[in-house]
Design a protein around this ligand. Structure first.
Ligand SMILES: Nc1ncnc2c1ncn2[C@@H]1O[C@H](COP(=O)(O)OP(=O)(O)OP(=O)(O)O)[C@@H](O)[C@H]1O
Length: 601
């Protein structure tokens, strides 16, 4: 090619090549300013090859940055979409489960294998529905196969290539444990320019998750040790759904709460139009073991909602943690705070654990029944809790359940409508409940009555009774059982414990219930006596401490002379007159009167 001709400037030598190149740029693209850089300049530094190279390099870099800028801003050349998912976030679990269902991990060649735990997510063999704790299948893999970090996995999805990679994530400081930890991440890249493919992938993963977990109730709880700064709900387990009729409550109680919750979920539009935050709060209160938590689990199963459960008793749960945890709960979930009274224990309880006052004042049942004793102090304050319940993040169609054994400890501010909309009281078991529980414990199809045995031995051959007759006999036993069961004295959990001890012997359960009641009463008496002895010891220790404190004050005062600190009782001086003078000498022991504790020397 004739460069001299192309350059058209008539200069030869080293300017020829640059000149022709610049002319080409000028002619082809019209960038005269750019081209002028390549014009040969006669003499001086600017004509040196070094300067030209420098200018060329600058142009290349500017061009590269410009292209990058265009690439970043206008998705013209982007043929892939990459998304990042943090461990602990619900979407992370959807993706892992989905990819397990698709058997994607099977193609991986490097695994970290651990024993199956309640957190099980990863699998390579059978589908997750049959292996994970989310599923109900009988075949269980006993280990989980977690692909190693930074090993990308290619797969096809809906006609597109996609890549998944598990990464370690960054190291974060755990302020509660004082250590550091990493939050794993998943990077998903789909090679397409169609952005809707990403949302479609996530939606499909969510649907698989919902379908797989639907026979169960999924319960998320915060990981106390593995505190995650991003998403605190690190523990996920699922429980088999509990049928509503397995919850034995007085007639209509359960149905009323369920109807109320259903109505709430169906009327989001109404709340929006009325300008009322779309949230509903329920407080279930009553003695421990009367079915409060079981009610919530059964309702969650019935409504198809996941539970996010936390206890305020944990020392790692403070106001800011609570705010973060509640703020990250997805819409349409149940927030469950158990033992909500913990948030107020610091105000109501004495530091020394003097529970006798509380017992007299609040408890609707004896501590010997197994109630929570004394204070489990919470780092959450009342205002922190109220902020969380009223906060912006809590307006998203969320149902809030709180449980407590001590409703009287709750601040009225917490109980006002809008925070707690319905209160449901649970009682110690009634005769009706005892009868219903008995019948549930001995279903006709799974029970062998003594009358069905040819001999008195339980191992003997069976002579099955007609179903109707058997049902009538079980009902008769249930009535006998209930008539001997004292009302409002035992919890349903205690009753359940007794029936479990005669799992296959309904006749024995009915016949021996009075003995069991007697034993329990004696056991309670003994526990109560132990509890009272403990209280007396605590009281004595407290008084001794108080006396010591006063004695120390007194000794100090004796050294200096003057008034008894904090008590304001004058010390008799040699002259018998009250005096603050440091020269005053103490002639008589001080009478601390009522301020003195018993046993004060
Ligand atoms: N009303 C009930 N109907 C059926 N089962 C019950 C009932 N009450 C208690 N149980 C059984 O007793 C056990 C404890 O019940 P649950 O945890 O629901 O009680 P709770 O009132 O929430 O107690 P706590 O206040 O200590 O949390 C469960 O196994 C549950 O099956």
């Amino acid at each position: 090619m004739d460069y001299q001709h192309l350059s058209g400037d008539g200069h030869g030598g080293n300017g020829g090549l640059w000149g022709s190149a610049s002319n080409m740029v000028t002619r082809i693209m019209g960038f005269s300013m750019v081209a002028s850089l390549f014009q040969p300049v006669n003499g001086g530094v600017a004509s040196s090859t070094g300067f030209r190279l420098f200018m060329f390099g600058t142009m290349v870099e500017v061009g590269r940055r410009f292209c990058q800028w265009v690439y970043d801003r206008f998705n013209v050349f982007q043929y892939s979409i990459t998304a990042e998912f943090d461990e602990g976030d619900p979407v992370y679990e959807w993706i892992v489960l989905f990819l397990t269902e698709q058997k994607i991990w099977k193609r991986s060649r490097m695994f970290h294998v651990t024993a199956t735990s309640s957190k099980r997510k990863w699998g390579i063999g059978k589908s997750m529905a049959s292996t994970s704790n989310l599923g109900k299948g009988k075949e269980k893999e006993t280990a989980q196969y977690v692909p190693t970090f930074e090993a990308p996995q290619l797969f096809r999805w809906k006609g597109h290539w996609a890549e998944i990679k598990r990464s370690k994530g960054q190291l974060t400081y755990n302020e509660f444990t004082g250590g550091t930890q990493t939050v794993a991440k998943l990077y998903l890249t789909i090679y397409t320019r169609d952005m809707s493919m990403l949302s479609s992938f996530v939606e499909e993963a969510e649907n698989v998750y919902i379908k797989t977990s639907s026979p169960n109730v999924v319960i998320h709880s915060v990981d106390q040790n593995g505190y995650n700064p991003g998403f605190p709900w690190m523990n996920t387990k699922s429980k088999a759904r509990r049928s509503l009729n397995s919850i034995i409550l007085p007639e209509g109680v359960l149905q009323t709460i369920l109807d109320d919750a259903r109505e709430f979920l169906d009327t989001e539009d109404w709340y929006t139009k009325a300008g009322i935050p779309h949230r509903r709060g329920y407080l279930l209160h009553g003695p421990p073991g009367t079915g409060k938590t079981s009610t919530i689990y059964a309702m969650a199963g019935e409504l198809g909602l996941e539970i996010y459960s936390l206890s305020l008793a944990s020392s790692s749960v403070d106001d800011s943690f609570l705010q973060r945890a509640v703020g990250s709960i997805p819409k349409g979930a149940i927030l469950l705070i158990e033992d909500i009274d913990c948030a107020f224990s610091s105000r109501d309880d004495d530091d020394d654990g003097d529970t006798s006052r509380q017992q007299a004042q609040f408890l609707p049942f004896p501590l010997s029944m197994g109630g929570r004793r004394g204070s489990r102090q919470s780092a959450v304050t009342l205002s922190g809790l109220l902020n969380v319940l009223d906060g912006v993040g809590s307006e998203e169609g969320r149902i809030f359940f709180a449980t407590t054994n001590y409703i009287d400890r709750l601040d009225p501010a917490l109980l006002r409508p809008g925070r707690i909309d319905r209160k449901v009281q649970y009682y110690l078991a009634t005769k009706e409940q005892a009868k219903a529980l008995f019948i549930r414990f001995y279903p006709v199809s799974h029970t062998t009555l003594l009358a069905e045995h040819t001999t008195s031995s339980l191992d003997s051959e069976k002579l099955p009774l007609p179903t109707d007759k058997k049902r009538a006999m079980i009902r008769a036993l249930a009535s006998e059982f209930a008539s001997n069961f004292p009302e409002h004295e035992f919890t349903t959990a205690e009753l359940q414990g007794y029936l479990l001890s005669c799992k296959k012997e309904p006749e024995r359960a009915a016949a021996e219930v009075m003995n069991w009641v007697e034993e329990e009463r004696n056991e309670r008496k003994a526990r109560k006596a132990r509890e009272e002895a403990r209280m007396i010891r605590i009281k004595e220790r407290k008084e001794a401490r108080e006396a010591d404190r006063l004695q120390v004050s007194l000794d100090r005062l004796r050294e200096r002379g003057g008034r008894v600190e904090g008590v304001g009782i004058p010390i008799e001086t040699a002259g018998g007159a009250e005096s603050d003078s440091p020269q005053t000498s103490i002639s008589e022991p001080v009478d601390l009167g009522s301020a003195s504790a018993e046993g004060d020397p």
